[in-house]
Design a binder for this molecule. Structure first.
Ligand code: 2YC
Length: 280
């Protein structure tokens, strides 16, 4: 899992309205609407009080991280605040003053609904969100080939999502051990193949180059750093065919995921190992 730098998120909150406009251009939906579509429910984010707790464990606080998470949630209509204390003090402060709570250490970024203990984890939510965004941008993926590059928690969740929507999924990873017993095509090489729908969820750079894409391909890229070759990324952005943001969509889906009403499978991916889904 890639650790964000302060510089990756420094302007996120001030650019949220612009992000909505670019998401509408690419998918027809705003950040909030994509999060609702991803969880399959028109979740209401108003009247929700949410605490974000800075965590000093491991490599410690990322400057602006908690404030950026709170800013993304406020953009969705949530009454979100950053606790004045960190770690256990912040968890305690949040439990006394909010109904939902977000916190992240170096390995896990999760949200919990303190009223029903519904949880969501960033890898799962990010995979779901970027897959839903590509689904919307493609106006449906049923019977369409989709390439998922990267078989970590994000890519696995996205591949499962596309398979559930009837897409023809190819899951690509250079590490064959990550490709075992999947109910769709898996491969350690995409040489010579072209795709029109791509989800890039690797931690590598330049995984997606021009020769992998058909002329009007759409790329949804949760991977940090962006795994699309720079000149191609600009070309895709200019024609509203690249969906990429470092924290916004994953955070928005986590919020929707812990607020949704219907009992669903919650898949908790701790690091690279996906724990069995549990009915809540
Ligand atoms: O400021 C804090 O509370 C830090 N403990 C936050 C550390 C987050 C580390 N994780 C990441 O940078 C990325 C995020 C996109 C979420 C998952 N990995």
């Amino acid at each position: 899992m890639t650790r964000l730098a302060s510089s990756d998120i420094a302007t996120v909150v001030e650019w949220l309205d612009a992000l909505d406009r670019s998401l509408v251009d690419a998918t027809g939906a705003t950040l909030t609407e994509i999060a609702q579509y991803a969880v399959g429910e028109a979740v209401d984010f108003h009247h929700v009080k949410n605490s974000v707790v800075p965590i000093t464990a491991g490599q410690g606080i990322i400057g602006g991280f908690s404030q950026t998470v709170a800013g993304i949630l406020r953009h969705m209509g949530v009454d979100a605040f950053v606790t004045s204390r960190t770690d256990v003090g912040g968890l305690y402060e949040g439990r006394m003053n909010s109904s939902c709570q977000f916190a992240a250490d170096d390995d896990t970024f999760f949200a919990v609904n303190l009223e029903n203990n519904q949880v969501s984890e960033n890898g799962y939510a990010t995979g779901l969100g970027f897959a839903a965004a590509l689904d919307l941008a493609a106006k449906g993926v049923e019977n369409k080939p989709v390439l998922v590059a990267g078989a970590g928690p994000v890519g696995l969740t996205a591949a499962d999502y596309f398979a559930s929507k009837g897409a023809i999924v190819t899951l690509y990873d250079i590490d064959a051990s990550k490709l075992e017993d999947r109910p769709y095509e898996t491969t350690t090489s995409i040489a010579g193949r072209k795709f029109s729908l791509v989800l890039e969820a690797t931690t590598a750079e330049n995984v997606i180059t021009k020769d992998v894409l058909t002329p009007n391909a759409i790329v949804s890229a949760p991977g940090v750093p962006l795994g699309v070759e720079a000149k191609l990324a600009q070309e895709l952005t200019d024609s509203n065919r690249l969906i990429h943001n470092p924290l916004e969509l994953g955070t928005a889906v986590m919020m929707a995921d812990v607020l949704r009403k219907q009992s669903v499978y919650v898949r908790i991916s701790m690091g690279a190992t996906v724990v069995e889904p549990c009915m809540i």
